[in-house]
Design a protein around this ligand. Sequence first.
Ligand code: LLP
Length: 435
Amino acid sequence: MDDGAATGFRAALFADAGLERRRHGLHFGGVRLSEVAKRVGTPVYLYNADVIRRQYRALDEALAPVPHRICFAVKANSNLGVLRVFRDLGAGADIVSGGEMARALAAGYPAERIVFSGVGKSPEELEAALAAGVGHIHLESSDELEKLTVIADRMGRSTAIGIRVNPDVTAETHPYIATGQGGIKFGVPFDQVLPLAKAVHAHPRLRLDSIAMHIGSQILDPAPYREGVSRLLGLITEIRAAGVDSLRNLDIGGGLGIRYKDEIPLEPARFVAAVLPLAKETGLTLVLEPGRYLVGSAGILLTTVLSRKHSGGKDLVLVDAGMNDLVRPSHYMAYHDIVELEAANRPESVVDVVGPVCETGDFLARDRTLPGLKAGERLAVLGAGAYGFVMASTYNGRPRPAEVLVDGGRWAVVRERETVASLFAGESAEPRWQL
Ligand code: LLP
């Protein structure tokens, strides 16, 4: 008989997220989920602040043997309520756009704790970063250096610079999120780093203070990190030998993989064992930019069953969250576990869980064993804390979901559900033509 207790990999996923089956249904961080769904509606994202703190502290403690800094990758989850949790932990912020910079500043991050990565920064974004006094700007090319020096000279501003190196190592992950190999748009190719470092050093307003890499996302094997860091070590030696004496930070990016199903996550201890001995040799402060590791397991998406269909031998469960709310399943074929809020002893069947968007690729899960579900019943989609809401769109005229922060048994809406009216605010059915 099924008593609703999670078993196997699901038990691990429940522990990762702070989920618990109790008599009155599924609880998340001590909060009864059906209550939140009733009050806020679905689809709704929820984030567990206790899990975020647990993840941050585990990494922070593992890095304790070396001077280090953890800069949360804002792109993974940029809700101000979530950013505040990291700010209070003392984290910095890794940003990739003017929009993310504005969010980090609005959440109260001191500008000097912000790292501006980002493969393509506009002149306006560079100017805004200099004006705000962003701590580190990571260069992606010599073109970008040229653009930056013009702006810095015009503004009379100085700044610390990092160079994001493409270390040409291949990490095993989905090809869309592998970023460390040659021939792709990210980072300065290895052989172009030394001349760029010298050019930065030669500029009176710029100080080369970081060498950086980010080799990809959802990485489960520490070996490519070790390889990448050892390649950076060679570069650092060359840069120092060329008389550049200003380096302070070794930024090795984010990418630590988590459990979505039965993966073995890249836990801090294994990661740190692979990179720490090498990082120590440099005498530099070790900087990390994790996103998914810090928030991925801490988030869930609640959705409601709209209807069921049987078609072409398939059982389909139509829910009110679609690819516009959570794009990872359809974009990367990513697995997100799905559980019912109210466990009951019902026969299971194999179903596709599909969304309301007019695309055949709009699904949350395929061929998933779930108990018989009725319209109106609610489901939780796990592992939705990173790259969930931030990648949501309003396709099909669908407002983006509300977001809720759970903390110590309490919960609060930290982003109201988007309204339909706001979707077309700023548009005009009566164009004012310019001649
Ligand atoms: N630093 C830089 C420069 C990055 O480009 C990224 C992610 C991170 C840090 C954080 O990586 P993380 O620790 O979260 O793996 N949308 C995809 C993931 C894209 C990651 C892009 N860059 C997904 O849903 O899997």
